[in-house]
Design a protein around this ligand. Structure first.
Ligand code: ZN
Length: 193
């Protein structure tokens, strides 16, 4: 059983070093991306869409050339466990998702995903075992056509120097940068080097 070009064990190791721990979502995510890769429509250049920011994007980034940084991976905040790979020119693609009907056959994975048990009540070994054994069998696929304009990353546009902080920022944000406009998460900012 392989995930992308890796053995299952290699993938688990990869996930652990990249993500911090072998999260169940990333293991399922590995099978999701693997199944999508095996069912790509014809074409040369593929982009990815991930329908949740949780876990799944890391599976896409580990197993495909699509990353958040290079713009080939779009993340939708739909909270759905699904990945789509599609051809850039035609928009033709394949969407793989976690099929809840099929998941019912795997009690520990089902209750983990549906949050039916507290972390304490979970049987981690059983959960991991079931994920590995289930493999592709808890997934379903759809043919999709993507409207590329809908997910195109917005261009930065013209740049200016912020009058408050002196850093460069996109003019589209207004008179000042987002930080100085009061959207900042930083409680304190002090020069230190
Ligand atoms: Zn500023």
């Amino acid at each position: 059983m392989n995930i992308g070009t890796y053995t299952y064990e290699e993938y688990v190791q990869l996930v652990t070093s990249f993500h911090g721990n072998a999260a169940p979502g990333l293991l399922i995510g590995g099978f999701i991306v693997d199944l999508a890769l095996k069912n790509l429509p014809e074409g040369e250049f593929f982009d990815a869409i991930c329908e949740t920011p949780v876990c799944l994007p890391d599976s896409v980034q580990l197993l495909t050339p699509c990353t958040i940084g290079n713009g080939w991976l779009t993340i939708l905040n739909f909270g759905k466990f699904a990945v789509t790979l599609f051809e850039k020119q035609t928009g033709e693609g394949v969407r793989v998702y976690l099929d809840m009907e099929k998941l019912k056959n795997w009690s520990e994975v089902y209750s983990w995903f549906m949050k039916l048990k507290t972390k304490k009540e979970q049987d981690s070994d059983l959960l991991m075992g079931q994920i590995k054994e289930a493999g592709h069998s808890i997934l379903s696929m759809q043919k999709v056509r993507v409207e590329p304009e809908k997910i195109q990353r917005k261009k930065l546009g013209p740049v200016a120097i912020c009058p408050s902080c002196g850093e460069a920022y996109p003019v589209r944000d207004g008179e000042k940068c987002c930080n100085c406009n009061g959207e900042s998460p930083f409680l304190e900012m002090k020069a230190c080097g």
